[in-house]
Design a binder for this molecule. Structure first.
Ligand code: SAH
Length: 396
């Protein structure tokens, strides 16, 4: 096996079990390796630190599979890691019964570059690193054995793949070609998931519990759901007894999916729902100018800051929507505000929201802090895995 030798002193991160080895830390590759091959990671003084996948085209030059220098990376390794990830989920209350569930959460499940989401009997697999790409067959085989799923669809189309020099790969990997829109039930609400063309693997599973939190706050309230996508928060708000739900998104197709999802739930009062195709930044101003008021506002925008380099511009965008969110609240109203930007930490996000409340001249209190659901764990050795944060703020 080839050896990736680190520069003197650059073994510290690997010793803390951080799975990324950046190009700047690499002294040289002793031997030959092709993209995705397993290499041994060694410090400058020859101490073997683990085994990693070689990514020659990426700034993250290697991703560590195992910090046990004796652990062989083979089919059995993927079987073990996948079995462990599944049993962690079975061991947590409330997860095992979910029809929509993240089974593999990449680095945080010890599988860098491997994401697998389950929608009923359909799994959607997204591979984004050279190492994951190389072990596709082993991963698929282990998933079939461990889950007994009927079919697996591949959605390896994340931007990350370009950075790894990998082409887009989408299509059925296992089983008879199934529906492109498997239907799942989430907290009693049916949702069709567009696994072929939807965002991520088709659905924002990470917001499951936050949508439930919205439902619990919705009773009798006039709700505004900004960036509604396929209506997840909107439908939960209706299920929670909202007086009305106005949902805004700039994507026509997303709004059609949202309306279709509502139609899948005849138990919900469709008369109380309105879908509006608009740019949220503009629509918030229109609503404010019209003197509209809401009792519960959800702001779940796309990732404004994928990395810290985008933080400043993103901060202005977060400030803007939160400022208008606070302005549009009726007395006693509640703002549920999220950021899924890895480049904006919770402290900064809270500062931005505080600034927005000040400018809107409202007194607001955080009554709940939210994050991704438990099937999106954050490995303590890998804080980069934490991206989603939410604040529930009550005014007055
Ligand atoms: N809350 C959703 C996920 C939101 S994803 C859920 O729980 O499923 C972000 C959404 O923001 C996408 O649907 C995208 O179309 C929309 N979007 C992005 N920029 C926008 C803008 N400027 N105005 C309105 N919608 C926008």
């Amino acid at each position: 096996m080839s050896q990736l030798i680190l520069k003197p002193g650059r073994e510290r991160s690997a010793l803390r079990r951080h799975p990324w080895i950046f190009d700047g830390a690499v002294d040289r590759l002793a031997g030959r390796a092709r993209s995705g091959d397993t290499v041994e990671v060694a410090s400058a003084d020859g101490r073997v630190l683990g085994r990693a996948a070689w990514s020659p085209d990426s700034r993250i030059r290697a991703r560590v599979w195992s910090f046990d220098p004796a652990e062989t990376i083979d089919d059995a390794f993927f079987k073990r890691r996948i079995a462990q990830a599944l049993s962690r989920r079975t061991d947590l209350p409330g997860l095992a019964t979910q029809q929509g569930l993240r089974l593999l959460h990449a680095e945080s499940d010890g599988l860098p570059g491997v994401i697998c989401d389950c929608y009923g009997d359909t799994l959607v697999l997204a591979l984004s690193s050279a190492g994951a790409e190389k072990w596709r067959d082993a991963i698929v085989g282990a998933l079939i054995k461990a889950t007994g799923c009927a079919r697996i669809y591949e959605r390896s189309d994340a931007d990350l793949r370009t950075l790894e020099g990998l082409p887009v790969r989408c299509g059925w990997l296992h089983g008879e070609e199934g529906s492109a829109f498997p239907v799942i039930e989430e907290s009693g609400v049916r949702m069709a998931v567009d696994i072929v063309a939807g965002h991520k693997t088709g659905f924002y599973l990470d917001q499951r519990e936050n949508r439930l939190a919205c439902r619990q706050l919705a009773q009798g309230r006039r709700v505004l759901n900004c960036f509604c996508y396929t209506g997840g928060f909107s439908l939960q708000a209706l299920a929670g007894g909202a007086a009305s739900v106005l949902s805004v998104d700039s994507s026509g197709p997303a709004l059609i999916s949202a309306a279709n999802n509502l139609a899948l739930n005849p138990q919900l009062d469709a008369q109380r729902a309105e879908w509006r195709e608009a740019d949220v930044f503009a629509e918030l101003r229109v609503l404010a100018a019209a003197g509209e008021r809401f009792d519960l506002i959800v702001l779940d925008p796309p990732k404004f800051a994928p990395s810290p380099a985008h933080a400043e511009r993103a901060a202005r965008a977060y400030k803007d929507i939160n400022l208008y969110g606070f302005r549009l609240l009726a007395p006693g109203g509640i703002l549920m505000t999220y950021s899924c930007s890895g480049g904006i930490g919770i402290e900064l996000f809270q500062k931005i929201v505080a600034g927005a409340a000040q400018d809107a001249k409202v007194e607001a209190r955080i009554v709940q802090r939210l994050s991704a659901a438990a099937d999106h764990p954050v490995l303590l050795d890998f804080p980069e895995g934490e991206y989603l944060k939410g604040l529930v703020c009550q005014i007055g």
